[in-house]
Ligand binder design. Structure first.
Ligand code: NAD
Ligand code: UD1
Length: 331
């Protein structure tokens, strides 16, 4: 069975390619490398010992996408390709709306045209906004506070409507919580451009001496120690969740939270990192980051019940593997 993985050279996509190849799928990647590198494809092949077909194309370009569909007989599509920086989406809303929603529509159209009826979409916990935790799939979504979040809610809606009009279609809308860590080989991982916005890559760069200290955004939240709480999930658990979703998918639209169901505060993550690596992370408390919510974690019972999937790796595993990648990463 052959799967088209858009954004397969990126962080989550590359780990999912490894999981798919290990599960016996053939993998075709379409990625324009706007936030990744071709070398990652070689690393995926090195880890799995299998070949990947790679097309360096922009998946908003219908004609280029069609050429790929015409050359392969796909059993399904996993659509990771997208722009994901929240702050940048506020500065460049049109770029975000265009890239993230047009890509979804082009792929949905090609799936219809070529009779590909399994579609897995990368959504985000951001669609819940400031709902009450734990976030459950049945909650009404709150309006997005930034263009990035809006592109995820809009893409979910587009795919839901397409599935309604095509009863054979099977769609999984996977709402990721906070993916961190790396493949245990240390060959692939997260490579943020510039100074990282997200907590784990910031911590690993402080550990490496690239950045002087962590700035903890607020210690006056109503949480265990006042710092923000998130549901961190190991990227390989997340990757395996995609393989299971693809296998278990039945017709209709199915929404699943992919998280661990456990909340971890910023200071708890810093402590776990030291436990995993022996490295102390210097930090200072600064003001809250605008737009941040206090607490975010998943109700994961639906994915457990319907997919038989559960995240297995611990916070210490996540820290160890994130560090293992960062310490070996050059450039
Ligand atoms: P990433 O930036 O590492 O990967 C995205 C990949 O898509 C990159 O390789 C990029 O080059 C490619 N891409 C972007 N636009 C493209 C286009 N028009 N045509 C072809 N390729 C294109 O990001 P990631 O962290 O792996 O995220 C993957 C998906 O998961 C994204 O849709 C993201 O919004 C979503 N998501 C990520 C997180 C997270 O914390 N990383 C959380 C929730 C949801
Ligand atoms: C970010 C995105 C969100 C996306 C999510 C998953 C923003 C504003 N939001 O949210 O859309 O779905 O990632 O990847 O970018 N923190 C620090 N110091 C830092 C960095 C972060 O204290 O240098 C804190 C934050 O305040 C937060 C926690 O660490 O409490 C996690 O932050 P981050 O990794 O950016 O993830 P999210 O805030 O969940």
């Amino acid at each position: 069975m052959k799967i088209l993985v858009t954004g397969g050279a990126g962080y989550i996509g590359s780990h999912t390619c490894v999981a798919l190849l290990e599960a016996g799928y053939e993998v075709v990647v379409a990625d324009n490398l706007c936030n990744s590198r071709a070398e990652t494809i070689e690393r995926i092949e090195e880890i799995s010992g299998k070949k990947v077909s790679f097309y360096q194309i922009d998946v908003t370009k219908e004609q280029l996408v069609e050429e790929v569909f015409a050359q392969h007989d796909f059993s399904g599509v996993i659509h990771f390709a997208g722009l994901k920086a929240v702050g940048e989406s506020v500065e460049k809303p049109l770029e975000y709306y265009y890239n993230n929603t047009v890509s979804t529509m082009v792929l949905a159209k090609m799936c219809q045209k070529y009779g590909v009826d399994r579609f897995v979409f990368s959504s985000s916990a951001t669609v819940y906004g400031e709902n009450k935790v734990p976030f459950v799939e049945t909650m009404p979504l709150l309006p997005a506070t930034n263009p990035y979040g809006a592109t995820k809610a809009i893409s979910e809606r587009i795919l839901t409507d397409v599935a309604k009009a095509n009863p054979n279609w099977s769609v999984a809308l996977l709402r990721y919580f906070n993916p961190v860590g790396a493949h245990e080989s240390g060959l692939i991982g997260e490579v943020p451009t510039g100074i990282p916005n997200n907590l784990m890559p910031y911590i690993t760069q402080v550990a490496k001496g690239k950045l002087p200290k962590l700035r903890v955004y607020g210690n006056d939240y109503p949480t265990v120690d006042g710092t923000g709480v998130r549901d961190y999930i190991h990227v390989m658990d997340l990757a395996e969740g995609h393989v299971v979703a693809l296998e278990k998918l039945t017709s209709g639209v199915h929404i699943y939270n992919l998280g661990t169901g456990q909340g971890t505060s910023v200071l708890q993550l810093v402590q776990a990192f030291t436990e995993a690596t022996g490295i102390e992370i210097p930090y200072e408390i600064v003001d809250r980051r605008p737009g941040d919510i206090a607490v975010c974690y998943a109700d994961v019972s639906k994915a457990e019940r319907e997919l038989g999937w559960k995240a297995r790796r611990s916070i210490v595993d996540m820290c160890r593997d994130a560090w293992n990648f960062e310490k070996n990463f050059t450039s």
